[in-house]
Design a protein around this ligand. Structure first.
Ligand SMILES: CC(C)(COP(=O)(O)OP(=O)(O)OC[C@H]1O[C@@H](n2cnc3c(N)ncnc32)[C@H](O)[C@@H]1OP(=O)(O)O)[C@@H](O)C(=O)NCCC(=O)NCCS
Length: 168
């Protein structure tokens, strides 16, 4: 990929960002691999509050992504994998982007910045847990140079998933 990546800014999500995330992710395409249905505002309030704690404790989190005009268009970043299955205790990178901004390289740009930031904290590696059918997300892992390390069956959905890894 030799096209220039778009400019994107990452910052810790504010309480107000929960409202924006709730609005821009209220879309069946965005939620296809997250249970299909839109999440309640309270889910995003809890998610953004958790990211502020991660930032304070770890120096990284799932950051709000802002485009060139300063609009919040999604999130990208890193957080601990907190489930009791899968890579428990490891750091996962993840992303979610409003549908109207797909296809422009925003998440690849934000993920490259994420890797630089987490590397600077001394972290030695990250994982990405992706539904096997989520080809756009798998394409992001490829652009980052991640390797498919394991496949798994997600406990609740019983869907096949891929665990990608990257040494930093
Ligand atoms: C997964 C998701 C973030 C991918 O979004 P995306 O826009 O395809 O990814 P990027 O921002 O990296 O952009 C890549 C696209 O921009 C294009 N692009 C343009 N300029 C580019 C550049 N300089 N570098 C890379 N890609 C560029 C690519 O060709 C690609 O588009 P294409 O697939 O139509 O060819 C998005 O589909 C999404 O939010 N899905 C719902 C939530 C989700 O599933 N999250 C992941 C859970 S694991």
């Amino acid at each position: 990929m030799n096209r220039a990546l778009p400019a994107v800014r990452l910052r810790v999500p504010t309480h107000e960002d929960a409202v924006v995330w709730h609005r821009i992710f209220d879309d069946p395409d965005v939620m296809e691999f997250h249970g299909g249905a839109s999440a309640e505002l309270s889910v995003y309030e809890e998610l953004t509050a958790r990211q502020r704690r991660h930032d304070a404790q770890l120096g990284f989190c799932l950051w709000s992504m802002l485009d060139e005009s300063g609009r919040v268009i999604g999130f990208t970043g890193a957080q601990p994998w907190e489930n009791d299955w899968g890579p428990t205790g490891e750091i996962e990178i993840g992303w979610r982007l409003a549908r109207e901004h797909w296809g422009k390289g925003y998440v690849t740009a934000a993920a490259v910045e994420t890797l630089e930031r987490v590397r600077a904290t001394g972290l030695k590696g990250v994982v990405a847990m992706v539904d096997a059918g989520n080809s756009r997300s798998i394409a992001v892992t490829r652009r980052l140079g991640m390797r498919l390390a394991e496949t798994f069956t997600a406990p609740v959905s019983r869907r096949e998933g891929h665990c990608y890894r990257l040494d930093l």
